[in-house]
Design a binder for this molecule. Structure first.
Ligand SMILES: Cc1cc2nc3c(=O)[nH]c(=O)nc-3n(C[C@H](O)[C@H](O)[C@H](O)COP(=O)(O)OP(=O)(O)OC[C@H]3O[C@@H](n4cnc5c(N)ncnc54)[C@H](O)[C@@H]3O)c2cc1C
Length: 265
């Protein structure tokens, strides 16, 4: 079975800064990691591979540094990594991103199952998976929290939405997006770490996809979404004080603070 796993390298959201003037995320302001939901997607693929002989191709669209994320995918059980990267792709919104990723998947060749995370922790739209399925004209199931059964031609999956649990049977080829409840991602094994160290990440550029992808479909030109403004909510600064002696006086001070902050009358 040919499985494609979609993986996005995201900034560490605890540390990243926003450029409010340009309306963009300053991706250089923090370290990066694999989007956590994509680790669940990869683990789902590796577990399928343990039942049905599979090739697992991890695909990422991003800057050259995303090669590190793909190497980590190999260390966690992927067979190969493909990076799609080009200066022309800069400024792509979810529609352009999905267009580029679906062209990449078509270029890679035959696929039976595509697995994506339910969303990313930076963009957080949850649009890319379903959009790719629409562009490829294949069925998709979102928010999958369990794979009940899989064969060469069909996958049976559960999704929990609101109060209900839905059991869906989807004909392959198909795309699913998975939640964090589907599994606990395994850590890289020593053997796979060694394999990852030697692995060559394949790189595709606009030129490789050009026959199916016009320049007007990628980057800012291919992006109907325009960011008008970006605002960072102010976070309240925490203050701390420790009283070690004279507890009755400390309690009095505490009550004064509560009254001042209108926590008590
Ligand atoms: C006008 C505009 C300009 C933008 N310009 C830039 C820019 O210059 N540079 C930039 O980095 N971002 C840019 N973005 C953000 C970019 O569009 C999103 O990061 C991208 O479309 C993914 O959306 P998301 O993070 O909401 O993914 P979601 O839809 O929440 O992701 C769902 C799943 O899809 C898969 N997926 C998503 N993105 C990728 C990817 N890149 N590679 C592989 N799999 C993926 C993952 O499995 C993920 O879990 C821009 C956005 C807008 C609106």
């Amino acid at each position: 079975m040919n499985i494609v796993v979609l993986v996005k390298q995201v900034p560490d959201m605890e540390k990243v800064k926003f450029d409010s003037e340009r309306g963009v995320v300053d991706r250089k302001s923090a370290g990066t990691e694999i989007n956590p939901f994509d680790l669940n997607a990869l683990e789902a693929a590796v577990q399928i591979g343990e039942k049905i002989d599979s090739t697992i191709t991890a695909v990422s669209m991003g800057p050259p540094s995303a090669k590190d994320a793909l190497k980590e995918c190999i260390a966690r059980g992927a067979t190969r990594g493909v990076l799609v990267s080009d200066i022309k792709f800069g400024g792509s919104d979810t529609r352009a991103t999905s267009t580029i990723l679906s062209s990449t998947i078509e270029k890679i060749g035959a696929y039976d199952l595509i697995i994506a995370g339910e969303k990313t922790v930076d963009g957080d739209t949850g649009q890319v998976g379903p959009e790719i399925a629409e562009f490829l004209n294949i069925p998709h199931g979102s928010y999958i929290s369990k794979i009940q059964e899989i064969s060469e031609s069909e996958i049976k999956v559960c999704s929990e939405i609101w109060e209900g649990t839905y059991l869906k049977s989807i004909k392959l080829p198909a795309l699913i997006t998975v939640t964090k409840d589907i599994n606990v991602p395994r850590l890289p094994s020593f053997k796979n770490k060694m394999k990852a160290r030697k692995a060559e990440i394949e790189v595709m550029t606009f030129k490789d996809l050009e026959e199916n992808l016009g320049a007007d479909k990628v980057g800012l030109k291919g992006s109907p979404t325009k960011v008008k403004k970006i605002e960072v909510p102010q976070t309240a600064k925490r203050e701390g004080k420790i009283y070690r002696e004279n507890i009755p006086q400390a309690v009095e001070k505490l009550v004064d603070i509560f009254e001042e902050k209108k926590v008590v009358d």
